[in-house]
Design a protein around this ligand. Sequence first.
Ligand code: XLS
Ligand code: NI
Ligand code: NI
Length: 440
Amino acid sequence: MAAQEEFFAGIPSKIQYTPGAGPRDVMCFKHYNAEEVLMGRTMEDWLRFSVCYWHSFCGTGADPFGFPTLQRPWNEGTPMESAKKRLHAAFEFFTKLGVKYYTFHDRDMAPEGSTLEESNRNLDEITDMALQLQSQTGVKVLWVTCNLFAHPRYMNGAATNPDCHVLAYAGAQVKKGLDIAKKLGAENFVFWGGREGFLSIHNTDVAAELKHMANFFQMAVKYKEKIGLKCQFLIEPKPKEPCKHQYDYDAMSVIGFLKHYGLESHFKLNIEPNHTTLAGHSYEHDVVMASAFGMLGSVDSNTGSPDLGWDTDQFPMDIRNTTLVMKTIIEQGGLQPGGLNFDAKVRRESTDLEDLFIAHIGAMDAFARGLRNAVRILEDGLIGGMLKERYSSFSHGLGQKVEEGSATLEEMEAFVNQNGEPKVTSGKQEKYESIFNHYI
Ligand code: XLS
Ligand code: NI
Ligand code: NI
């Protein structure tokens, strides 16, 4: 066999942790030290980084106004030939970067054929190779997902399409996706409903569509159990784009939907902060909300641009944001079997191949700093103590009864008659913010 072509020839075989490195040095980790133990766990285990296939290896830099700008050496030959080259490039990238997980859509790993059978054959062939590369390198699949939004057949939705024939196609595709997840040992499986929603209420039966979507998920649960697939199902909320009203608007809408249809024990959420901000919330909001309900499964670690109203999928570089996310993750005891997946793309103007490395290294370091900061916040316990004090009236007497759910309105009345007007207590927001900034 001919030696495997090297795609990232100028990049060292392993990106090193070099804590003293200066500002010019962007090809090393200054904060991410995979083996270092913090709060009883290695950084690698807390962070569980994953590289996404679609942006990093399929992205071309094309946007609605402009042609591709990114010339990638693996985009050569027939679609199947370039799928194979792309796979090798991807594994070279994972290994050099030192990341243990990757994520992909069925259609970004292998090209869609002209029939379902042909698409499945393509997927079989490429995932056979992926399985080999996984065992050679130790790199694993964080999650698989099915692309149920790009093909024209899905323009009116997949699981919520008004035509059951389209829903059936989506079901067949998910069946194969679950088989592939099992074959590759994926730890999670994601559903992102890009076209599950509507543009006009005039032509949409919302109640019917929601029920179909729930029944579709039920079929997936049944098939997963049938084939003995041991992975976590995740739903990824997003409010809009490409639809105007996506049903999976944000964390709370998805949790409500899952509970309404009795699906909550089978799913958790994959939160993408850029989607959270599109929903009008602040960066960390849905991570916190999902976690509060015990439903935070994984994070598509990216960021939007606060001054733009769309999914720009930028690499997360803001230490305040990564600190808040990591604080929530530590507080819930980690993300496993989920992880931090870089659903992020280099800008179409970042045209050098090395920019892919620089972007991932920068974002991994931003999360490593977030982790270190969050550990200091939690170990110091200052903010935690202030918060505990703020809610201390619920630890005894009437407050304790409210906490336990045994209090009555009559008791509330008796309490106020006895104790009169509550005293005004400062919320101390600026104090919290100043203390938080101390750790950043
Ligand atoms: C799109 C979504 C998508 C999912 C996987 O906005 O983020 O990339 O993560 O289908
Ligand atoms: Ni995503
Ligand atoms: Ni997105």
